[in-house]
Design a protein around this ligand. Structure first.
Ligand code: AMP
Length: 379
């Protein structure tokens, strides 16, 4: 990126000024005594320092967010009321607008919608890293109309990820997992250019295994990407599992079950499927991770939601946690895995925006960051 992201601190006192904050308060909710309540307020608490600082500077603070996927219509269950209630407890004195995605103009990046949103405000702050890979109106339009800034979390998350990519302490070890090779192949490609080793696990690793000429039974596979996987393996930087654990291919998985777990070597028989990396590969991955200077992890090593197939992901999580490297964990599932093992405090940085962090790694920039840097108001 060509310039630093602008901070709101340059505005000094803000007495009598109106500031619109685009936040990411898309928190999970559950029904308690007939009313929806926020069940995990991590994203809300993360936003409070900025809101409090703006209040302390004398500003009138209004916050906006998306919440669920109402797709341009008013949908009762996606009203922000439960978020508003919790935010009011955490940071009294700020106003939260109704769900941005009730208006079709938000997701189509409609200029009129964005202009109406910022109308009457003196300043705009984007503190929604997790939404900044989307060219949506609340992200793109305000920086064209008023002085704008990047919130402290947005700046920190962006700087952490870019520093890991551009000035890594070596060896730089990237770990990529998850279900579909199609979703993450571009990421593996970019990481092969930057990292010393790219560990690939999870469902996506079986297409790589086929590219090595191995049999994978009924494991996840995408024939369209075998050649690209072969090319990446030829770089010599990709490390994939050579043993696996799984089930017969007609058995079900996801929440545990009585079926006995099968162990496989490099080849998986026709009537079986791989659902986790095997113990030999898990130990090999852990060894590589323990020597790393920089670690970037996105995606689980197996079907970790099923306790029978969590061992590979847990081994990686423990190795990342034990390492003294700068470690960044992103992506909903890897973060969920980290929390499920209670290791979230033992990594350098837990990235809040799964899709956004992937795109930042892949492209080195995001539409929302570009909008802030290119704002004429920041010249
Ligand atoms: P993603 O959304 O691409 O990060 O994928 C995460 C999902 O991949 C998790 O829900 C895992 O259960 C699933 N997953 C990981 N490994 C496998 C595998 N070997 N077979 C099927 N699903 C897998």
């Amino acid at each position: 990126m060509d310039a630093a992201l602008p901070s709101h601190e340059r505005w000094g006192r803000l007495d009598g000024r109106r500031v619109l904050v685009r936040a990411d308060l898309n928190a999970p909710v559950t029904m308690v005594d007939g009313a929806l309540r926020v069940s995990d307020d991590f994203r809300l608490r993360a936003t409070v320092p900025l809101l409090q600082d703006l209040l302390n500077r004398g500003a009138e603070v209004v916050v906006c967010t998306h919440f669920g996927r109402p797709r341009g219509h008013v949908v009762e269950e996606y009203r922000v009321a439960p978020v508003r209630q919790r935010l009011d407890e955490l940071c009294p004195g700020v106003t939260l607008l109704e769900n941005l995605r009730f208006s079709p103009g938000e997701e189509t990046n409609d200029y009129e919608f964005g202009a109406a949103l910022i109308d009457g405000f003196d300043y705009y702050v984007n503190e929604a890293f997790g939404a900044s890979h989307r060219a949506h109106a609340s992200i793109m339009v305000p920086p064209t109309l008023v002085p704008s800034a990047a919130g402290p979390n947005l700046r920190r998350e962006t700087e952490m990820i870019l520093a890991a990519l551009e000035q890594p302490v070596r060896p730089f070890v990237a770990i990529v997992g998850g279900a579909k090779v199609k979703d993450k192949l571009a990421l593996v490609k970019v990481l092969c250019e930057k990292a010393d080793t790219v560990i690939v696990g999870g469902g996506m690793s079986y297409t790589f295994a086929v590219a090595e000429g191995r049999s994978i039974g009924g494991s996840l596979f995408d024939a369209d990407f075998v050649d690209e996987c072969a090319a990446l393996l030829a770089s010599g930087r990709v490390l994939i599992p050579h043993d696996a654990r799984g089930l017969r291919r007609d058995q079900t998985f996801g929440r545990g079950g009585p079926e006995p777990v099968m162990s496989f070597g490099p080849n998986i028989p026709d009537d079986a499927m791989g659902l986790d990396v095997g113990p030999v590969s898990a130990a090999q991955f852990a060894e590589v991770i323990e020597r790393a200077g920089t670690i970037l992890w996105n995606g689980p090593m197996g079907v970790f939601e099923d306790p029978r197939f969590a061992a590979g992901t847990e081994a990686v999580a423990r190795a990342v946690a034990a390492s003294s490297a700068t470690s960044i964990v992103g992506g909903g599932d890897s973060v969920a895995a980290l929390f499920s093992f209670g290791l979230q405090d033992q990594v350098s940085f837990v990235s809040t925006g799964g899709g956004a962090s992937l795109e930042l790694v892949q492209y080195g920039d995001l539409p929302g960051l570009r909008a802030l840097r290119e704002s004429k108001w920041n010249a």
